[in-house]
Design a protein around this ligand. Structure first.
Ligand SMILES: Nc1ncnc2c1ncn2[C@@H]1O[C@H](COP(=O)(O)OP(=O)(O)O)[C@@H](O)[C@H]1O
Ligand SMILES: [Mg+2]
Length: 237
């Protein structure tokens, strides 16, 4: 059984259709990459799964339970986490306070202290800066904080929307290392939206190509990466 299963999902903004009959599966333990040009609907897809947009049609099941149209806090409490585009941290709160905000969801309250210990081991820079205001961190540190805050909710599925966008190359490497480690070591299931298409397909078990709100290709990460159409359109080789 898939951990996450979408069937024929349609999303509209007014009259404009952003998702058109999207069906996809994410199995437990997978990294699934979503690739596509700007405006293809990648963020809309993540926002719809997380309950921030309501689909007009279709089914979204997480561990067998229908979640289409449910509120984000309910979806979060079932074990889905997301890191939105653009490193959204609370700039006037400290690192520690930002992390505490990630654990307010009922499923995470009891284990919050242990979860904080774990994220501080994974992100030693955040541990060093735990008393610092998040707004004073570098871009890369803010992105790590956004990921760490998501992990504080103790999700089983994490969706990352362009986590490396606008970061320096050395930080991009770090973001990909974290994604790999969360999957390989912690067994976390991940949906990864990335404009670093070659790197994300190399890391992902499987991928989907989204064009104008539709899935136009799917396959193993390595298979998509070797595909001429994918290379010409998204890898620039
Ligand atoms: N809140 C919104 N209201 C209206 N249109 C939107 C909104 N968000 C995105 N769109 C439109 O939906 C389409 C898909 O956008 P988006 O999901 O952000 O694509 P991507 O993340 O792949 O760049 C685009 O045409 C975009 O302009
Ligand atoms: Mg986007």
């Amino acid at each position: 059984m898939s951990m996450l299963e979408l069937r024929e999902v349609d999303l509209f903004y007014g009259d404009a259709q952003a998702l058109d009959g999207v069906s996809l599966d994410v199995a437990s333990g997978e990294i699934v990459a979503i690739i596509g040009a700007n405006g293809a609907g990648k963020s809309s897809l993540i926002r719809t799964i997380f309950g921030m947009e309501k689909p007009r049609r279709g089914s979204i099941r997480f561990e067998g339970q229908e979640i289409a149209g449910a509120a984000p806090h309910r979806i979060c409490n079932l074990g889905i986490g997301q890191v939105a585009e653009g490193r959204q941290v609370f700039p006037n709160m400290t690192v520690r306070e930002n992390l505490e905000m990630g654990a307010v969801v009922p499923r995470a309250r009891a284990g919050a202290a242990a979860a904080m210990d774990r994220v501080f081991v994974m992100f030693p820079r955040l541990a060093e800066r735990r008393r610092q205001l998040a707004g004073t961190l570098s871009g890369g540190e803010q992105q790590m904080l956004a990921i760490a805050r998501c992990l504080m909710g103790q999700p089983r599925l994490v969706m990352l929307d362009e986590p490396s966008l606008g970061l320096a190359p050395v930080v991009v490497v770090e973001v990909f290392r974290v994604v790999r480690e969360l999957n390989a070591r912690d067994g976390l299931t991940l949906v990864l939206v990335e404009q670093n298409v070659a790197q994300s397909l190399a890391l992902a078990h499987r991928g989907y190509v989204l064009e104008n709100g539709r899935i136009v290709m799917q396959g193993a990460g390595a298979e998509l990466l070797a595909d001429d159409r994918v290379r010409q359109a998204y890898v620039g080789l």
